[in-house]
Design a binder for this molecule. Structure first.
Ligand SMILES: Cc1cc2nc3c(=O)[nH]c(=O)nc-3n(C[C@H](O)[C@H](O)[C@H](O)COP(=O)(O)OP(=O)(O)OC[C@H]3O[C@@H](n4cnc5c(N)ncnc54)[C@H](O)[C@@H]3O)c2cc1C
Length: 407
């Protein structure tokens, strides 16, 4: 490069100042005082303890253990959990706002962070008080790593066709099967494993279990080599006749489908917040680089293009907050509402990152600016937590049902 660029992430003070520029009053008006406080606190921790190491971790693939610990120590991991389990009893909106902040600093850290929450949440939802006390605090304070294991080699979008079985034995179940693409799967201490107690029953056979990752019969694979999210790991997990006690089943035998459905509402908020966070990171890094190149007054064509992006990021944030607020008010929210948020916000992350690369020309391809990282990290947000095609399918079904009711 002919000019040396200073990365936004190296200076916590200018990092926070630049991101403050993107706090839009129209969105802030929808947040409570406490939610604004959570955002400020998260941004501070991210600026000092997460963002500065993000580029290096992307290059070296070093697992985000330290940055997740910093978030746990700041009491941010248990936002939607009750205090007696190590949480702070906050809203889904507070969680979404925090996720957006963490992602803007380091998307891979946000993936590990959200997976701790996604592992703990089914236990809160359907586990006994004893099970919750035994497993949730250690996930929220990061002394244990968690994984949510649904996907299998032949069961991705079509979760109901999963083949992992749970066979009833004296005092519990024996689980056998293979899970793949599992976040933190290479090191998980606590696993929520979805298995079928009766494959002939399809969805009605699916059951969720809390499995000890160090139990006899569990094998954790090596991390896959991925396009993005390098500071997180994704691996296979194998179960070979793993014994799980009856009291480690979440809900009733065959009650796992409702656990899946309630869990995906939370995980789709996570993915959507990542989309908005990645769009914002791409925008902030681009503005920072362009101001180093042109000074504070940018050429009109760049100003116009950035104005369009800023409006789109605001739209994404408004949608994220509106749907997360609706989930706070009614957890039985229609899947299409959640689907519109997940699909729009994760497409936003990908599209804004690509547009920012275009605005930067060859500079956008330079790793030190971190914009190409936004593009690489954003791709997978369109795939996991229900692909965006599946979201469109859910939205379309609701439209069709509404049309049928008219005729
Ligand atoms: C980095 C990463 C982390 C992940 N973490 C986890 C995790 O922690 N736990 C976990 O359980 N899983 C995890 N996954 C798996 C992820 O949830 C699945 O990849 C996802 O559900 C899609 O499944 P699939 O890959 O089998 O694709 P498929 O279901 O085979 O889909 C392939 C293509 O077909 C499309 N398609 C499928 N069905 C339909 C349909 N009915 N209509 C229209 N289009 C359709 C899809 O949209 C996609 O484009 C992770 C994946 C990645 C890449």
């Amino acid at each position: 490069m002919t000019q040396q660029f200073i990365s936004l992430e190296t200076n916590p003070v200018s990092y926070q100042a630049m991101h403050r520029l993107l706090d839009e009053p129209a969105a802030d008006a929808l947040l409570t005082e406490r939610e604004l406080e959570v955002r400020l606190r998260t941004r501070e921790v991210v600026a000092h303890k997460v963002a500065p190491s993000a580029a290096k971790a992307d290059a070296t693939h070093e697992f985000a253990a330290e940055s997740v610990l910093a978030l746990a120590e700041a009491k941010l991991m248990g936002l939607v959990f009750p205090e007696h389990l190590g949480g702070t009893g906050d809203s889904n909106v507070a969680y979404a706002v925090a996720m957006e902040e963490i992602t803007a600093g380091c998307a891979a850290t946000s993936l590990v962070f959200m997976t701790q929450m996604h592992t703990a949440y089914p236990i809160l939802l359907a586990g006994s008080e004893d099970l919750a006390k035994k497993h949730i605090p250690s996930l929220l304070n990061r002394s244990k790593w968690g994984s949510l294991a649904i996907t299998e080699p032949d069961a991705g979008s079509d979760v109901a066709s999963l083949r992992t079985t749970a066979t009833k034995v004296d005092g519990g179940y024996r689980i056998s099967g293979a899970k793949t693409f599992i976040t933190t799967g290479d090191r998980c201490d606590t696993i929520i494993c979805f298995a079928s107690v009766d494959r002939s029953k399809g969805r009605q056979g699916i059951t969720a279990f809390v499995v000890d990752g160090n139990a006899e019969g569990v094998t954790r694979g090596q991390p896959f080599d991925k396009m993005g999210m390098h500071a997180s790991t994704t691996a296979e997990v194998f179960f070979d006749g793993v014994f799980v006690r009856d009291d480690h089943m979440l809900g009733e035998p065959g009650g796992g489908w409702s656990v899946v459905m309630s869990s995906v509402v939370k995980s789709r908020i996570s993915a959507a917040a990542q989309g908005v966070g990645l769009a914002r990171a791409a925008y902030a890094r681009t503005l920072h680089a362009l101001s180093q190149r042109y000074g504070p007054r940018l050429p009109d064509e760049l100003t116009f293009a950035l104005a369009t992006l800023r409006g789109r990021i605001l739209q994404g944030r408004l949608l994220l907050i509106a749907v997360a607020r609706q989930v706070d008010e009614d957890p039985q929210i229609a899947p299409g509402q959640v689907g519109m948020m997940k699909q729009s916000c994760t497409d936003l992350g990908w599209e804004v990152s690509a547009e920012c690369m275009r605005l930067l020309g060859a500079l956008g391809d330079m790793r030190e600016l971190g914009v190409e990282r936004c593009l690489r990290d954003s791709k997978v947000t369109q795939i996991y937590d229900g692909t965006n095609e599946v979201q469109r399918l859910l939205i379309g079904r609701e439209t069709n049902r509404a049309m049928e009711s008219l005729s």
